[in-house]
Design a protein around this ligand. Structure first.
Ligand code: ADP
Ligand code: ASP
Ligand code: MG
Length: 426
């Protein structure tokens, strides 16, 4: 008997038949004596459809006015799926109620399309739970200080679910999705990928931030901050499978590092096609250059990821970094207009056909030579590395986009991920 939060992704909510399956599964948990809060995503394709309509009318525009309307629009997807789930639960004879983010309320800042949750009032949900109701809270959305609807960034329903679980001090947050757990890499790219029984919170954080979209990074950050027990599992099992079996399935995100986990040098491979590379060429090599270039970029609210500054030759150097692909043109324009003339740099060039591939594992802390093994493996495949970035438990490389799948497959083999100790066979 515990308070449990379930989150169902878009594919899991993708048709009325699937919503009925979700309702029956949730009813099963409730009937076993648990208090249930459910956080659904919009039905699959719906968020893209809505944002696509906006794009037909006007290209993405910076500024609050446009962002506010995008959130007003995109949030409706979750409102619809939440109401449909409540209707399906009621049809199963359950007492169920759905709330939009603003009705809870889930308060956020006003960074439209990528707002951050600031607080969640648990009173209304808690009262309903005490009254025996199943409570459905829309994923992906909240309300800002002025009463405007906000959304939390793509994949944000994961974050809603974990934040609601943290606010309610839930015993566990279960993320139901269209794969049966967290794999060594995206199983859609590498069919030999294997499911991890457990993955440490730190590794999951790196995998998510390096591009594994199975969990939105902010949901992992929340889970870490509030120590929310988190599990990723399949919504495609029959709804009436044994509850204990279901509760133990998938991948558990753990907060302790156990011995078994330390054996694997690399636990997973993440990749990300969302970045673009920008280089400022022929920059005078003197103090303050990085601050001047990146300062201008930061002032335009553009996030920078991998950064390299080359050795200088004849007092000139090249300075490269990556930004989100959506910010690529804006970054080029800004550098050309402001930075090149101010610095007396030679030119700005860019490439938006790159990708970033990362190996992640807490075992990397205690093993030397992991990065060089990665570089050798890529070189054996004839793949040129354009940029490198490392942290204690990950190494990332930026390479040509067309080699992404080749690189991920080769690294998956190189680090024996198709037969790692901490996985089970598919
Ligand atoms: P949902 O709609 O349920 O939130 P998402 O599409 O956001 O689902 O995330 C699940 C998808 O994440 C999977 O279908 C899979 O293709 C992808 N994915 C990427 N990396 C991984 C990984 N390491 N393990 C499992 N799935 C991954
Ligand atoms: N519906 C939103 C999206 O497609 C949020 C989510 O699914 O988590 O990004
Ligand atoms: Mg998702």
């Amino acid at each position: 008997m515990a308070l449990i939060v379930h989150k169902y992704g878009g594919t899991s909510m993708g048709s009325t038949e699937r919503i009925r399956n979700v309702a029956r599964r949730v009813a099963k948990w409730h009937k076993a004596g648990h208090q249930m809060v459910v956080v659904p995503s919009a039905m699959s394709g719906e968020t893209n459809r809505l944002l696509g309509l906006a794009k037909e009318l006007a290209p993405a525009k910076p500024g609050k006015a446009h962002g506010r309307e995008l959130d007003m629009l995109a949030s409706t997807g979750e409102q619809a799926s939440s109401a449909l789930l409540a209707i399906a639960l009621q049809a199963e004879g359950m007492d169920a109620v759905s709330y939009a983010g603003w009705q809870v309320p889930i308060k956020t800042n006003d960074a439209y399309t990528k707002a951050r949750i600031e607080s969640i009032d648990d009173a209304r949900v808690r009262a309903d739970l005490e009254a025996g109701k199943v409570v459905i809270v829309t994923g992906f959305q909240g309300i800002d200080g002025d009463g405007n609807i906000t959304t939390l960034g793509r994949g944000g329903s994961d974050t809603s679910a974990v934040a609601v679980a943290a606010a309610l001090k839930a015993a566990e947050c279960l993320i139901y999705t269209d794969v049966d757990g967290v794999y060594t890499t995206d199983p859609r790219v590498v069919p030999e990928a294997r499911r991890l029984l457990r993955v440490s919170f730190e590794e999951m954080l790196e995998m998510a931030s390096m591009g594994s979209k199975v969990l939105q990074i902010r949901s992992v950050e929340f889970a870490g901050k509030y120590q929310v027990p988190l599990r990723v599992l399949s919504s495609f099992t029959p709804w009436d499978i044994d509850l204990a079996e279901e509760a133990a399935s998938g991948t558990l995100i753990t907060f302790e590092e156990d011995e078994q986990m330390e054996q694997a040098v690399v636990s997973g491979i993440a990749f990300n096609r969302d970045e673009a590379k920008v280089s400022v060429l022929g920059v005078p090599d003197k103090p303050g250059i990085a601050a001047q270039i990146l300062g201008a970029v930061a002032d335009a609210n553009i996030e920078v990821d991998v950064i390299i500054q080359n050795l200088s030759k004849d007092g000139k150097t090249d300075f490269s970094f990556t930004v989100h692909r959506n910010d690529y043109q804006k970054t080029l324009d800004l550098l050309k207009a402001q930075v090149v003339p101010a610095l007396g740099a030679a030119d700005v060039v860019g490439d938006n056909r790159i990708c970033k591939v990362s190996i992640v594992g807490i075992g990397m802390r205690s093993h030397v030579g992991v990065a060089s093994r990665m570089f050798r493996c890529l070189s054996n495949e004839g793949i040129n590395i354009q940029m490198i970035s490392t942290s204690e438990i990950k190494t990332s490389v930026v390479i040509d986009e067309k080699y992404m799948e080749l690189a991920v497959r080769a690294l998956h083999r190189e680090f024996d991920l198709d037969r790692t100790a901490d996985t089970i066979s598919a």
